[in-house]
Design a protein around this ligand. Sequence first.
Ligand SMILES: [Zn+2]
Length: 125
Amino acid sequence: MSLVRPVSERLKGAFVACHSEGHQWRHEGRVVGGSEEGVRPPYGMTDAVARYSTCTSCTSERFRWYTRSGEAINQYRYAEGYLHKKVRPDDEAAPTRQWWRQQLVVTLFEDMRPTVRTRKGRRAS
Ligand SMILES: [Zn+2]
C-alpha cells in the first residue's frame, strides 16, 4: 500500500522535503475575496485581502488573509497527493513529521534504507 497517490518522482521528493522542512513560499500577488471562483476569506473574516503564495517545491498554494487590524488567517490548497487521505476507518493514520524526516534522512546517508511502516497493534507482514 502506498502512502500517497502516484505522482512524479520529483513531486514525491518535494513532498518529503516540505513535510520535513516546511514549504518554500514565493509571494505571487494580492488577492481580493471573490475575485476568483472559490476564493474567499475564512468564515467570519470580512473586508479581508490575501497575500497569495505558491510553494516553489511542491506547488501547494497559500492564501494569507489579512484584515485591516492585522489579523491573519492562512488557507491552503495542497498539491494532489500531499495530504494523507484516511478514507476507510481502518486506514492508517497520517504519518508523523518524524516519519517524514526519516524519509528525508535516508536520502542523506548513503548506507541507510527506508524504514517500513507498520500498523499499530498489528504485525508487519
Ligand atoms: Zn511545499
